[in-house]
Design a protein around this ligand. Structure first.
Ligand SMILES: *Cc1c(COP(=O)(O)O)cnc(C)c1O
Length: 386
């Protein structure tokens, strides 16, 4: 069977290949320690599960949900943005519920990008920005995130011809995979650039609640005039260990949100209302649970800092998210080091080149694993005597 041409544009999703290799190792009886995937290892907090159990029994939630999200959900999102970021949102026009943020991130490209248009995407990046661009027939222009620039894009080096034909500029702070966190000055510079060139700017804020050393992640919507041009994506997956539930939201510029809604209304029929009600509970009563997760990741981060230093790896201590972006030792590529580690130690990591061309020479280590297993992974690597 022939697939549509647009699918030819989409390379295989990085994590599929990692999963295959891990499956093979497991089938061979290897005790694999998986530091490769960013899926929280802790369960969804009890109070959220409890709310869901109640909501499930309410027949009012059994019919088609409201397309844009339940009013109760949209109002809770607006209250969360006010409380957490000091940002005012109109729950009618500036908020939309998503089937996980990945869904909305992919669909906003379909809503705004034509064949041949450019998008500006970070490199390394969460692969969806480039893949979704490719599926629309657009061209993703990489903005290198380099260590010497604090993993922040240099907007001054983007060619004028590209800027002229660009529809979306995507950033992701706190950043996966580099761990960088943007400050307000950086967000303001991106918003000013977007306003000047009439480009919609999107920030993927999935890791807003996970930052370290007293840093608090801002929202791009806190920048001056941001709501004239900016959209922010948010997810319950990381903050509340809810990856399996598929719940997120987009907020910001009403024009962009309106177009995203139009796209979605023709493809999906909204998020199961009971899940949204559980999400409201997470937003309203989740502070303790988030604090607890912050402590857990901070503890694991300290373990990783100590061990990586001891082993002589080159890395920048992450300010946010729950990953380490680590240089591979001399003589290795991302892929060869990842393969060697799995083969010799049973430790799985994510090869940096899967996040873009500027990820070559790096691996990503995830902290979504118990302290004991994390320590064991480093012990195994130490025995290699690199
Ligand atoms: C995990 C993650 C998401 C969350 O996606 P969901 O679809 O909400 O589960 C979004 N962006 C980045 C950068 C991520 O790492």
């Amino acid at each position: 069977m022939k697939q549509a041409r647009r699918l030819d544009n989409a390379p295989p999703y990085l994590f599929v290949e990692i999963e295959e290799n891990i499956k093979k190792a497991l089938a061979n009886g290897v005790d694999v320690i998986n530091l490769g995937i960013g899926d929280p290892d802790m369960p969804t907090p009890d109070f959220v599960v409890q709310k869901m159990t109640e909501a499930l029994k309410n027949p009012a939630y059994h019919s088609y949900p409201e397309y844009d999200g339940a009013l109760e959900f949209r109002c809770a999102v607006a209250r969360f943005y006010k409380k957490r970021f000091g940002v005012d949102l109109d729950s009618e026009t500036e908020v939309v519920a998503l089937l996980g943020s990945k869904e909305g991130i992919a669909h906003i490209f379909f809503a705004l990008v034509n064949e041949g248009d450019f998008t500006l995407v970070p490199d390394p990046q969460y692969p969806v920005y480039e893949l979704a661009t490719a599926l629309t027939g657009g061209v993703a222009y990489p903005m290198p995130l380099l260590k010497e620039n604090g993993f922040f894009p240099d907007l001054s080096i983007i060619p004028k011809e590209v800027i002229k034909r660009t529809k979306i500029l995507f950033v992701n702070y706190p950043n996966n995979p580099t761990g960088a966190v943007a400050d307000m000055e950086q967000f303001q510079s991106i918003v000013d650039f977007a306003l000047k060139h009439d480009i919609v700017v999107c920030n993927d804020n999935a890791y807003s609640e996970f930052t370290y050393d007293g840093i608090k992640a801002p929202s791009i919507l806190m920048a001056k005039n941001a709501k004239n041009i900016a959209v922010e994506f948010h997810s319950f997956s990381k903050s509340y260990n809810m990856t399996g539930w598929r719940l997120g939201f987009a907020v910001g510029n009403r024009d962009a949100i309106c177009k995203l809604k139009k796209m979605k209304n023709n493809i999906d029929s909204g998020v199961f209302t009971a899940i949204q009600i559980a999400g409201v509970e997470a937003l309203e009563s989740g502070d303790k649970s988030v604090e607890n997760m912050q402590k857990i990741y901070a503890r694991r981060r300290n373990i990783a800092i100590t061990e990586l230093k001891k082993l002589g790896f080159e890395f920048v201590v992450p300010k946010g998210a729950f990953y380490f972006w680590v240089k591979v030792p001399d003589g290795f590529t991302s892929k060869s080091f990842t393969a060697m580690l799995l083969d010799k130690t049973g430790v799985a990591v994510a090869p940096g080149n899967g996040y873009g061309q500027y990820g070559e020479g790096y691996i990503r280590i995830s902290l979504t694993i118990s302290d004991i297993r994390l320590k064991e992974a480093f012990e195994r690597i130490e025995k290699l005597g690199l």
